[in-house]
Each structure stands twice: as C-alpha cells, then as structure tokens.
Design a protein around this ligand. Structure first.
Ligand SMILES: [Fe+2]
Ligand SMILES: [Fe+2]
Length: 233
C-alpha cells in the first residue's frame, strides 16, 4: 500500500493510501511550512506508510503540529508514534478531545483549542472550528487553512473507493449517496443529523472554501443548503 502524495495547493500535500481490505482511502494532509502541520496521523498499523509519505515532503522529525478532527484510529491512532518521531510535535484538537480522550491516550498533552483559535505556521494560518457531532463525535472539530482557503474536513463528505486528489466538479452528490448507503449495515449511522448540523454546515459554507480534494467542496451556501435540506437519516 504505497502512499500517493499530491500537492493540492501551494505547500499543501495530500498523502493518500488506498486500503483494499476497507475499500477506502486514508488521507492525511501536510502543510509544509516553518512549523509543519499534519492533519490526521493515520492508523497506528499504517504508520510506516504515512511516515513514508511525510518523509517524501520534509523531515518528519521537524513536524510541529498534529491536528485531527475526532478521536478515531484513522484520525489519531498513530499519534504516539508521531510524538516519538518528532520531538517538537504537539497534538492540537478540541478542548473536549484533549480533556476527555487525548490527554490520557497520548504520551504528551495536547493543546486544547477553543472555537476560532488560530495557529500560525509561518505563511499558513489554520483556524480551528469546533463542530461537535460534525462530521461525528462530541469532540469533533475542523481546520480551515485561510491562505489557500482549504477546509480540512475529515470524514465530512466521505467518498468510498479511491477518488482522485483533485476534482473539478462537486463531490456533494457522491457524498450524499455514501451517507444514504451507510444507513444500513454493521457500520450504519455514522453521520448524525442533530440540532446543530444545519447551522454548522451553513457556517462552513460561509467560509467559502475553494474546491479541493477529499475536503469539502461547497460551491455556494445555496448548494449546501439545498443538498442537505433533504437529508433526514
Ligand atoms: Fe475515522
Ligand atoms: Fe470518523
């Protein structure tokens, strides 16, 4: 399972590994800057693959920030492996994530971020968005890279298979199909629709992120509102 590395915007790289057993990709996003930022550690058992991907871009020992949306193995399972490999590295996640899970699980404490807190990595600027239960989990949060206008959105708008790194058309249709398919089966109901979902999605759309790969592609807030107004799992 070799990682596929693509520069999707200036100094923003997607490290993507398709896992045939799961039939999905596991994606990490690396922002190569003065203080390199990695979004998602990948699973512990896939650490060597993720490390290979990061090493093809920069010295992994120089990693400074490790961000993730929520506490799941593919998001942060290899956190301790990264903390060992990169002495300056610190996890950054929601306050809930840090207090409830990460600070017990991880070998070094995380920096707990409040809504809208910003991490300046050099040229790039990452705005943390607390988004409880979006895409899922109480501790969920997302990062918006404000210079290239890329939303690092974790499982939101998930697509199965091995999608291309860059799409020229909206991914919303395929993401919606995937949500509907996931309403049944042993992994059912991964995407909750809560009292907060609509307002959170509208807030994300208002950021006006530019079209990007496995990240959210919302061309307008009208599109977001229309697509999700019918979504009632
Ligand atoms: Fe996950
Ligand atoms: Fe998840």
């Amino acid at each position: 399972m070799p990682p596929h590395v693509t520069e999707i915007a200036a100094d923003v790289f997607r490290i993507s590994t398709f896992h045939p057993d799961f039939g999905i990709q596991f994606n990490q996003f690396l922002i190569a800057d003065d203080e390199p930022f990695l979004m998602h550690t990948g699973m512990k058992k896939m650490f060597s693959t993720t490390l290979e991907g990061v090493s093809s871009i920069l010295d992994p020992a120089k990693l400074r920030w490790i961000g993730f949306s929520h506490f799941e193995s593919d998001e942060c399972g290899a956190l301790n492996e990264w903390l060992k490999s990169a002495p300056p590295a610190q996890a950054v996640c929601s306050f809930v994530g840090a207090i409830v899970m990460v600070n017990d699980f991880a070998d070094r404490p995380a920096r707990a971020l409040v809504d809208n807190e910003v991490i300046q990595t050099g040229r790039h600027r990452l705005q943390f968005l607390a988004t409880p239960h979006v895409p899922h989990c109480w501790d969920a949060g997302l990062f918006f890279e404000t210079v290239e206008r890329i939303l690092l959105c974790s499982d939101l708008f998930f697509q199965p298979g091995d999608p291309r790194p860059l799409e020229e058309t909206s991914v919303l249709g395929r993401a919606r199909e995937s949500i509907i398919q996931n309403l049944t089966g042993p992994m059912a109901h991964d995407m909750p629709y809560t009292a907060y979902t609509d307002a959170t999605l509208r807030r994300l759309a208002d950021l006006n992120p530019r079209p990007s790969p496995s990240c959210m592609v919302l061309h307008s807030k009208e599109t977001a509102a229309r697509k999700f107004s019918n979504w009632q799992p």
